[in-house]
Structure formats: structure tokens, C-alpha cells
Design a protein around this ligand. Structure first.
Ligand code: NAD
Length: 365
């Protein structure tokens, strides 16, 4: 009997449906080879949901996501919905989905693929071999802490306030996720904080240290966030897994992503305490190229691989997808976004569908 998984698909807007179609084809081929069965249900999110129901996150969508084993999202948003009031905008749907699934851990890998090394704005010798993962706390910290708001002082001056706050339970649960991911990767974890200045960061550091004895095979280090930002650009190869809070992670995960230089290649995962994880590309809905068969589907396909590895515990199937991506890049297939000028020789400018077909060929051997 194949292992069966219920997967909710949220194709969303713009290039979303095009790249999702490729990922579904890939999952179907991989499922046959690994004795898995996917029961896909498709639901509305973002602009597509606004057009159909008036809401960017219809109740049925949240309900079907909650009942599934994993949620695969493409991207949402577009010019058409840009001028709606905030609560009706596509992004509000995505934020609502993340909150509704209680996703507290955001995983953003940054891997330099040898075939795309010239896409990085950094020198080859600095980025060659980079393979790191940023684990960001997603539901606490300064974006959610109270008090927050703009208040009036006694002298009548306006004063803006946000509060960086973390409870021990919040630090411990993200810490455990990060240690476990480090165990599955290179067994090195760097925790990033600002413990020299912030009390909340000192608590963060103390708790991460307290967890460390449970993971004796993981080498733990700490960096202040300003140093971590410098080190990521100066010598990124020193990192394997990084863990940090919401604000620092927001910034560091974008720096890490840009080491690779290719937005169409970057997947992500968000995990909750229980219930399904959400797997999605880092990029948006690219309305400028939607419907033109120009989109790079590889970030979506690599998000499906993350779903298999971190959501469904099927690392062999995930690795097969990642190898197929390497194979099509080795064979010279390039969508426009990764066809850097000056490297066109031997490369094949490829559309979204043709990239999908090349992946299926690679998977079937
Ligand atoms: P974007 O990531 O959609 O596009 C930025 C640039 O990268 C564009 O030139 C686009 O063509 C290109 N690009 C992105 N993904 C690509 C791919 N797979 N293949 C080839 N080229 C690709 O960011 P943006 O233009 O700032 O935003 C467009 C819309 O997407 C907005 O409505 C925004 O709110 C939304 N958005 C959604 C998400 C999400 O769904 N998680 C994230 C970011 C932006």
C-alpha cells in the first residue's frame, strides 16, 4: 500500500498556476517511484480568492489546509488588487494563512549551485560551496510584542513604540526546530542575537545554551546580529544552520538569499507545532511575466522537495527532485531569469513548460 498524503495546492496569482502545474507533475512522477500517493485538493488564496469570493482567505481554504498533511503555495498578488483596502488585499490572505496554521518556524535555505555561480554578485571564491539554512522565528518578537502603537507623550509629542519580547516557550520551540535541522544537515548551529545590548536576546542566548546538551552532536556557536550580517557577506561558507528571532531573521534571510543571486531558484518552508507546514517559493507572483511561459518553476519545484523532506519526512523523494534540478541545469536548460548575459553558449533558453518537461525526463532517467 502506498503511503498517502493529503496536499492542499494554492496556485494563487500571476505565474502561480504555471509553476504549480510543473511542481504537481514532478510530484506525481516521484510518487510512483517512491510508493507514495498524493491526494491533491486545490483551494483559493490571494487575488484569485478575492475575485471569486470577495475575501483573500476564504474560510473553506483555511479549513481544507488544516485538514491536510502539507500545503504547497505558489505566490499571490498583482497590480489588479494593489489599491484595495489593507484587510482585503492578497497579502492579508497569506498572513492570515500563516497565523491560522500557527507557523512559527520559517526555513530559508541558500545554496550556491555550481551551474549558477555567476549569478551571485559576490566573488566566485567567496560563494562557491555555500549551503546554509536560516531558521527564523515567525510569530513572536518585535512584530507582535505589546505594547505597540503610536502614543502621545505628556508633552503632546507623538512616540512610536514596538516591543521585542520572547517567552521561554517560544525560544525553546524554535531552538529545538533549529537543532533538529542542524542534525539533519552539517551539525553546526549558529544562534544570532544582540545579547550585548538587549535583555530579550540574553534570555534567547541562555535558552539556546540550555537546549544544547540535548543535541551533543551539534556544534553550537553564537554571533551578534551585526557581526552575523558582516560574516554572511564576508565568509558565508562558515555557516551551516543559523537560528534567530523574527526581525533579525527577516533581514538575514534576505541577505543569505541574495548570496545566490537568483530569486527564481529559492524555496522556503514554514512549520508549526502540529498540523501541516506551508511550502512556497521566496519570490512573488511576477505579474510582469505571468501567462507568457517565461517563469522559472524551479523554486516551486524545490519547495515541493522541502515539503517532502521537512513536512512529510520523505528525504529520498526530496533528494531525487533536487538531483533532477541539478541535472537539467547541467544539461544547460535556463529560464530567462537565470540565463546571465555572457553565459549563453551551450545554454538553452527555456520556457516554464519546457523546463517542466526536462525535469520529468530527468526524473524518469
Ligand atoms: P516578484 O518576486 O514577484 O518579482 C520580482 C522580479 O523577479 C520580477 O521581475 C519577476 O519577473 C522576477 N521573478 C520572480 N519570480 C520569478 C520566477 N519564478 N521566474 C522568473 N522571474 C521571476 O516581486 P514583486 O514584483 O515585488 O511583486 C509582485 C507581486 O507579488 C506583488 O503583488 C507582491 O505583493 C507579490 N508578492 C507575493 C509574495 C508571496 O506570494 N509570498 C512574495 C513577494 C511578493
Amino acid at each position: 500500500m502506498p503511503q498517502t498524503y493529503r496536499v492542499t495546492l494554492l496556485p494563487g496569482d500571476g505565474i502561480g498556476p504555471e509553476i504549480m502545474a510543473v511542481a504537481v507533475d514532478v510530484l506525481n512522477v516521484v510518487s510512483q517511484q517512491h510508493n507514495l500517493q498524493f491526494e491533491f485538493s486545490e483551494a483559493l488564496l490571494g487575488g484569485a480568492a478575492i475575485d471569486a469570493t470577495g475575501s483573500p482567505l476564504p474560510e473553506e481554504t483555511l479549513a481544507v489546509c488544516r485538514q491536510s498533511d502539507a500545503v504547497l503555495l505558489a505566490a499571490i498578488g498583482g497590480y489588479k488588487w494593489d489599491n484595495l483596502p489593507r484587510h482585503q488585499r492578497p497579502e492579508t490572505g497569506l498572513l492570515g494563512l500563516r497565523a491560522g496554521l500557527q507557523l512559527f518556524a520559517n526555513l530559508r535555505p541558500a545554496t550556491i549551485l555550481p551551474q549558477l555561480i555567476d549569478a551571485s554578485s559576490l566573488k566566485r571564491e567567496v560563494v562557491e560551496g555555500v549551503d546554509l539554512m536560516v531558521v527564523r522565528e515567525l510569530t513572536g518578537g518585535i512584530y507582535f510584542g505589546e505594547p505597540k502603537g503610536v502614543f502621545e507623550t505628556e508633552s503632546g509629542e507623538q512616540r512610536g513604540v514596538n516591543t521585542m519580547a520572547y517567552k521561554v516557550s517560544e525560544i525553546d520551540r524554535i531552538g529545538r526546530v533549529a537543532f533538529e535541522i542542524a542534525q539533519k544537515r552539517g551539525k553546526k548551529l549558529c544562534s544570532v542575537d544582540k545579547a550585548n545590548v538587549l535583555e530579550v536576546s540574553q534570555l534567547w542566548r541562555d535558552r539556546i545554551n540550555a537546549l544544547a546538551p540535548e543535541y551533543p552532536d551539534v556544534e553550537l556557536s553564537h554571533l551578534y546580529v551585526d557581526n552575523a550580517a558582516m560574516q554572511l557577506v564576508r565568509a558565508p561558507k562558515q555557516f551551516d544552520t543559523l537560528v534567530t528571532g523574527n526581525l533579525f531573521g527577516d533581514i538575514l534571510s534576505d541577505i543569505a538569499a541574495m548570496l545566490t543571486g537568483s530569486i527564481g531558484m529559492l524555496p522556503s518552508a514554514s512549520l508549526g507545532a502540529s498540523g501541516p507546514g506551508l511550502f512556497e517559493p521566496v519570490h512573488g507572483s511576477a505579474p510582469d511575466i505571468a501567462g507568457q511561459d517565461k517563469a522559472n518553476p524551479l523554486a516551486q519545484v524545490l519547495s515541493a522537495a522541502m515539503m517532502l523532506r521537512y513536512g512529510l519526512d520523505q528525504p529520498a523523494a526530496a533528494a531525487q527532485i533536487e538531483q533532477a534540478v541539478m541535472q537539467v541545469l547541467d544539461a544547460g536548460y535556463r529560464t530567462g531569469d537565470i540565463l546571465a548575459e555572457g553565459m549563453a553558449e551551450g545554454m538553452k533558453l527555456t520556457g516554464c513548460q519546457a523546463m517542466g518537461a526536462a525535469l520529468l525526463d530527468a526524473l524518469r532517467g
